[in-house]
Design a protein around this ligand. Structure first.
Ligand code: SF4
Ligand code: FES
Length: 248
C-alpha cells in the first residue's frame, strides 16, 4: 500500500516543530508501524536527508519506548496495542496518517518524535522499590498471598511505563502510571512495610515533575496498551489517604 505521512519534525526542544509530508510506498500489510517508518527512513538516508527520529527498543510491547501519537491517539487507535505491535493491515491504501510525539510539559521533545520521559524514572527512584535486604529467594508459598491480591498486583505490574496515559490526558496527568506502580507493591505483604513512605514520595515527585492532576477523564485507561484499570487510581488514593492520616 502507499500512504501519505504527516510527521512532526523538530530539531530539539528549543526549536519550533512542524508537520512535514512524506510518502511511504510499497508498504506490506504485515509490517509493523515502526517497520513502515524504517522503510521511509531508508529512503531518506539514501537521499542524504535526516531520518525521522523515533524511540523504540524491544519492538515486542515490553519496554514502553515506542511513544508515538498516531492520528491523534497515543499508540494509535487499536485497543491495548503498543505502536511497535500495531500492524499496517489496520490502515488502507491511500490513507493519510498523522504522526506526532507525546505532548506534555514533563515530556519535552528531544528530537522529532522522541521525548524525554526520564520524569518517570525519577518518580520510580523516589519510592517505586522495596529497600529492605530480602536475602535469598524464599521457598514458594512461604508467605501466603490471597489469589485476588496476587492477581491485582500482577495486573498493576503490567505497566510498561510508556507514558501514553500522560499523552492522552488533557491535564497531562501521570496518575495511572503512578497508581500502577504504587498498587503493584501495596497489594503484596512485602511492599506494605514501606507503603506510607512510598506513596508520599512518589506523589510528591510527580508534582515536582510538573504532571497535572487527575479529573477522572478515563482517557488514560482508554489508551493504555496494558489495560491498566483506573481502579488502580482509587487504590492509590486510598494509600495516599492512609499515609496522610498515619503518623509514621
Ligand atoms: S499506565 Fe498504561 S499507559 Fe500509563 S505508563 Fe503504564 S502502560 Fe503506559
Ligand atoms: S518498542 Fe518496546 S514496547 Fe514498543
Amino acid at each position: 500500500m502507499n500512504l501519505t505521512l504527516k510527521v512532526w519534525r523538530q530539531k530539539n526542544a528549543q526549536h519550533k516543530g512542524r508537520l512535514v509530508t512524506y510518502t511511504a510506498t510499497d508498504i506490506h500489510e504485515h509490517m509493523s508501524f515502526l517497520e513502515m517508518l524504517d522503510v521511509v527512513n531508508e529512503d531518506l538516508i539514501k537521499k542524504g536527508d535526516d531520518p525521522i527520529h523515533f524511540d523504540h527498543d524491544c519492538r515486542e510491547g515490553i519496554c514502553g519506548a515506542c511513544s508515538l501519537v498516531i492520528d491523534g491517539v497515543p499508540h494509535g487507535k487499536e485497543h491495548a496495542t503498543t505502536t511497535c505491535q500495531l500492524h499496517m493491515r489496520h490502515f488502507k491504501d491511500g490513507d493519510t496518517i498523522y504522526i506526532e510525539p507525546f505532548r506534555a510539559r514533563a515530556f519535552p521533545v528531544i528530537k522529532d518524535l522522541v521525548v524525554d520521559r526520564t520524569a518517570f524514572d525519577r518518580i520510580m527512584a523516589a519510592g517505586g522499590f522495596i529497600s529492605i535486604n530480602a536475602g535469598g529467594a524464599p521457598d514458594g508459598n512461604a508467605i501466603p498471598i490471597p489469589k485476588p491480591d496476587a492477581d491485582k498486583a500482577m495486573d498493576a505490574a503490567a505497566c510498561i511505563g510508556c507514558g501514553a496515559c500522560v499523552a492522552a490526558c488533557k491535564n497531562a496527568s501521570a496518575m495511572l502510571f503512578v497508581a500502577a506502580k504504587v498498587s503493584q507493591f501495596a497489594y503484596l505483604p512485602q511492599g506494605r512495610v514501606e507503603r506510607e513512605k512510598r506513596v508520599r514520595a512518589m506523589v510528591a515527585q510527580t508534582d515536582i515533575e510538573g504532571f497535572g492532576g487527575c479529573t477522572n477523564q478515563y482517557e488514560c485507561e482508554a489508551v493504555c496498551p496494558k489495560e491498566i484499570s483506573v481502579s488502580m487510581i482509587a487504590k492509590m488514593n486510598r494509600e495516599f489517604f492512609r499515609a496522610a492520616t498515619t503518623t509514621k
